[in-house]
Write a protein that binds this ligand. Structure first.
Ligand code: 1GP
Length: 258
């Protein structure tokens, strides 16, 4: 039974109990969704076993629209809504928490610390729970990599990602996120993830290009704590269920139950 007070505690308690979790990412892009669609996606996510809704995107995010979308989502689900901002326009007072993230491998200081400085007073004013997270973009990086001016980490150099992740841990960040980019043709290989999770003690979040249960399970067995999918919830509820089941199986393996 989860007795957590903060969203961070909720995540950590569920991780201790289940080994690994699934989060659903909803991109609040007005050209793609509206409140009704967001409501359906969030319901599918919760029904399928997602532990949280993340909300954020690279393009076209505005606070008013974000507020409306989160209101709609919170009408239908109980799982927490966590902001996943690409910029300061991605902050909403309606969310339960915010991943207060730095794009560690951006070449542009704005995405490393500039946006955070501009956003911090807003986060405080809204009373949002800030969860510090190191965000690392792996090639190709897709829109997040392009907009965030990342120097994406080459897929054959997991040791660079490990060093970034360790730096995130030493800087006091609570999570590290390995991002291949939404819509990437392939997920980050399990062996790459294993190289990172072997080095750090903080939970590793993996996202981008994950479309089936087998891939999700392998990533969890490689040490990933949270698997994020976005595109799948837009396409098929059955696939989402398959992914969550894969994560559950991987979680049992991680906890030594299987
Ligand atoms: C983006 O990693 C997430 O941050 C989701 O990617 O849309 O490919 O599932 P997908």
């Amino acid at each position: 039974m989860v007795k957590a007070v903060t969203v961070y505690e909720y995540i950590m308690e569920r991780l201790r109990e289940e080994g690994a979790l699934h989060f659903t990412l909803i991109d609040p892009d007005p050209s793609k969704i509206n409140a009704d669609i967001a409501e359906d996606m969030a319901k599918s996510a919760e029904d399928s076993g997602s532990a949280a809704i993340m909300i954020g995107g690279s393009i076209g995010v505005c606070e008013k629209f974000l507020d409306d979308i989160i209101d709609a989502i919170k009408r239908v689900v109980k799982i927490p809504v966590i902001l996943f901002p690409g910029n300061i326009s991605g902050i909403s007072r309606k969310a339960d928490a915010i991943f207060f993230m730095s794009l560690l491998n951006s070449e542009d200081l704005y995405f490393v610390i500039g946006a955070q400085v501009l956003g911090a007073p807003i986060v405080k004013m809204y009373g949002l729970e800030a969860i510090p997270m190191g965000y690392i973009i792996i090639e190709p990086g897709e829109a997040a990599g392009f907009i965030g001016r990342a120097r994406p980490i080459p897929i054959n150099h997991p040791e660079i990602a490990s060093a970034f992740a360790l730096a995130a841990q030493y800087l006091g960040m609570k999570f590290v996120y390995l991002e291949r980019g939404s819509g990437a043709r392939e997920a980050i290989p399990a062996e790459f993830v294993r190289r990172v999770t072997k080095v750090v003690d903080i939970p590793v979040i993996v996202g981008g290009g994950i479309r089936d249960g087998k891939t999700a399970k392998e990533l969890v067995k490689a040490g990933a704590s949270i698997i994020v999918t976005g595109t799948v919830v837009e396409e098929s509820k059955d696939k989402l269920k398959e992914i969550v089941n894969g994560i559950k199986e991987g979680g049992l393996f991680k906890r030594g139950v299987r």
